[in-house]
Design a protein around this ligand. Structure first.
Ligand SMILES: *[C@@H]1O[C@H](CO)[C@@H](O)[C@H](O)[C@H]1NC(C)=O
Ligand SMILES: *[C@@H]1O[C@H](CO)[C@@H](O)[C@H](O)[C@H]1NC(C)=O
Length: 295
């Protein structure tokens, strides 16, 4: 056995001991002894596990490292290489200081533009669910502004502030629950910009008159709008045909719909009672109702 064959054999043994991926075709490429030593120090190369898609790695004798291509799922369920970053299609892993390290480049990842295949049972409503999540966050932002407004020293309606805080917190958690629901069903949520709501500034202008009632009415209007959207989605999920989605229907019934009805009832009740006070009794009535909210 010539020295050359011996080296090659050792090399192949070394290589097969670090062999998790397909680079056998590179095995008879001459690998410098420096590279051999390096690779040996790093031991087995474990291809990284991306969040989505699969990594296909091969050893490159030229760079003495692993080049990994990311194979991403496509809507048709076929696989295709998707790069995420314009400049780099693959991730390089080099043996550095005894570890396989990714070279400093933007990392590749699959863009989740479409639902993942296996869980895409009935994603008919994902866009509408996304809209609803954003609507809830939008509305909760409005409640938050109102909660802060009623807390002002010159407004001093802590009960109304608490009511708005409760509404804020309810919509926040509904939005969060819906996001989890969508993720579970294999969809993706996109968050939009939330514009500031000037409604409490409008209220400020009326500071001397029925600001409790005006705010409750605005909140009622906002809650009704959200509820209408939920009901419409519920109806869509109930209709026969492609859009039929009993799972979603139940999820909406168990989560959003029941508590929305409660909230709307409560707001409508406060509104009705405030409304009933004539001008001369309004201040007292507002005070009483404000105190009630704290109880
Ligand atoms: C959020 O509220 C603003 C007004 O405050 C409105 O213009 C926008 O369309 C709303 N967005 C959603 C998703 O409801
Ligand atoms: C309900 O379905 C109709 C018709 O497909 C659609 O235009 C609408 O956006 C859907 N609404 C919701 C809230 O899902």
């Amino acid at each position: 056995m010539s020295l050359h064959t011996g080296v090659l054999l050792i090399l192949m043994v070394t290589i097969s001991s670090i062999q998790p991926t397909d680079y056998s075709r590179d095995a008879n490429v001459e690998i410098s002894s420096r590279c051999q030593k390096r690779v040996k120090r790093c031991g087995q190369f474990k291809p990284p596990k991306p969040e989505m898609g699969e990594m296909s790695c091969s050893f490159s004798a030229r760079t003495c490292g692993f080049a990994c291509d990311l194979i991403c799922p496509t809507p048709e369920g076929k696989t295709a290489l998707v790069l995420n970053q314009k400049r780099h299609g693959r991730d390089m892993y080099l043996c550095t200081a005894g570890n396989w390290k990714r070279r400093e480049t933007p990392q590749t990842f699959c863009k989740a533009q479409w639902p993942v295949k296996e869980v895409r049972q009935n994603l008919h409503h994902v866009e509408n669910l996304n809209g609803l999540v954003n609507k809830l966050l939008n509305t909760s932002y409005f409640y938050l502004g109102m909660a802060s407004f009623y807390e002002r020293a010159d407004v001093a309606l802590p009960g109304f502030s608490k009511l708005m805080t409760d509404l804020w917190s309810a919509d926040q958690s509904h939005a969060r629950d819906l996001m989890s629901y969508v993720n579970k069903r294999g969809g993706y949520i996109t968050l939009y910009d939330i514009p500031r709501t000037p409604s409490h500034e409008v209220l400020l202008l009326k500071l001397s008159s029925r600001i409790g009632q005006a705010g409750v009415e605005m909140a009622l209007q906002a809650a009704r709008e959200v509820n209408e959207q939920v009901l419409e989605l519920h109806k869509n999920a109930t209709l026969p045909g492609d859009s039929n989605d009993p799972h979603l229907k139940h999820a909406l019934e168990d989560g959003l719909l029941s508590s929305k009805v409660e909230l709307i009832k409560k707001l409508a009740d406060v509104d009705r009672r405030l409304h009933a006070f004539p001008e001369e009794d309004y201040a007292v009535g507002e005070y009483v109702l404000d105190q009630e909210q704290l109880g």
